[in-house]
Design a protein around this ligand. Structure first.
Ligand SMILES: Nc1ncnc2c1ncn2[C@@H]1O[C@H](COP(=O)(O)OP(=O)(O)OP(=O)(O)O)[C@@H](O)[C@H]1O
Length: 358
């Protein structure tokens, strides 16, 4: 049995360190349920004996061990409370199966009614198109925040046909929606692998599997981006396109969020089709704002925005799906000229023979 510590934390202090709303108290009995076990293991602490209270456990911890780990008892309680809270949120998110998202119209920028209700089902990609400033990003933001008539558009968003639970809307931990926005500026001083490890940890990925995730995500992100980056590259040194590629691979392999919102992936200069394939294979609901015809036709339908409202819902026809291939050829041709420009060549002739010969 470890020696009792000289400065036992008081009952009052312990209670103060326990965040409000958490069911952790000094008298909480530490059972061998997987969550507390996982926490103590990850922290490098001895597993508590069966039936012991949190306070008794803390008193038993050796001072030397805590010093080695660089943690004191008060921080430990705060961290355990946050960890249990996080587990609870994750479990709630995982248990919730999102089979549909419904957008119920509100009003346009002039206050006129938006007479549309659209339901998007699991596994569907829906595109959002419209002129600059027509409200595409606003629509994505409404979904992200699960608007309930409380945004400028007055839209309502329903999950599985119902008003979403308040905790999903306002909790920082709400995991229903992953957002890949246009600006992916990293401010943290982390390497690519540290960044992925941090995400893997917060997703409760078992420690032995984390290294494989880092490798897989780095490889997949590199397959989307242009110039290679490595696991030890600082995230702040990634280009805009590389950052987005990393976030896309990270979302595809680590995020459990059933809804993914993508804002103008085409501006990132990454392989758009590969990126979509990665995300779609995870059976998510995808909403993507785009100006790109190839991407727009990959969706099952597209929402056409104008003056801040959904003006029209267009279902992609079979003919349009067949038109993706020639549009992609055009795209590749443009891309080849872009590469030539980038590598300092001149463009004196345009060769359209490949297109004509299709
Ligand atoms: N229904 C609405 N009522 C009031 N304001 C709106 C409405 N829809 C959009 N807006 C506002 O209009 C502005 C332009 O919208 P937004 O940025 O969503 O356009 P966008 O289509 O994404 O543009 P871009 O293609 O340039 O990215 C924003 O300030 C947004 O909040």
């Amino acid at each position: 049995m470890p020696a009792a510590n000289q400065n036992p934390i008081t009952h009052q202090e312990l209670t103060q360190k326990t965040p409000a709303g958490q069911s952790l108290s000094p008298q909480t009995v530490l059972t061998d349920d997987t969550h507390t076990t996982g926490f103590f293991e990850a922290a490098g602490l001895p597993l508590p004996q069966q039936g012991i209270t949190l306070q008794q456990y803390l008193h038993q911890l050796e001072e030397e061990l805590l010093e080695d780990l660089g943690i004191d008892r008060e921080d430990l309680v705060t961290q355990l409370a946050c960890y249990l809270d996080h587990m609870k949120t994750l479990q709630a998110g995982n248990q919730l199966k999102v089979s549909s998202v419904t957008i119920a119209g509100g009003q346009n920028k002039k206050g006129e009614p938006e007479k549309v209700t659209v339901t998007i089902h699991q596994g569907e990609i829906v595109c959002i198109v419209g002129p600059t400033g027509s409200g595409k990003s606003r629509l994505l933001a409404d979904i992200e925040w699960m608007a309930q008539g409380d945004t400028p558009t007055k839209r309502h968003i329903f999950i599985n046909g119902q008003v979403p639970d308040k905790s999903w809307r306002f909790s920082l931990e709400h995991k229903l929606v992953a957002q890949l926005s246009q600006n992916m500026n990293f401010i943290m001083d982390l390497s690519v692998s540290e960044f992925i490890e941090m995400h893997a940890e917060s997703r409760m990925i078992p420690k032995p599997e984390v290294a494989a995730k880092v490798k897989e995500i780095t490889e997949q992100a590199n397959a989307l981006a242009g110039e290679m980056f490595y696991w030890d590259t600082p995230v702040t040194a990634l280009s805009g396109g590389q950052s987005r590629a990393l976030m896309i691979a990270d979302t595809a392999f680590l995020s459990t969020s059933p809804i993914v919102l993508i804002d103008e992936i085409e501006n990132a200069g990454i392989d758009r089709k590969k990126a979509l394939d990665l995300l779609v294979s995870r059976e998510k609901i995808i909403l993507m704002s785009t100006h790109d015809p190839v991407l727009a036709l990959m969706g099952s339908k597209r929402l056409v925005l104008r003056h801040g409202a959904i003006q029209k819902v267009v279902t992609t026809t079979v003919q349009e799906q067949q038109n993706i291939a020639p549009l992609q050829q055009l795209d590749e041709l443009m891309l080849s000229y872009r590469h030539r420009l980038r590598s300092g060549e001149t463009i004196d002739e345009i060769d359209l023979s490949q297109l004509m010969g299709r």
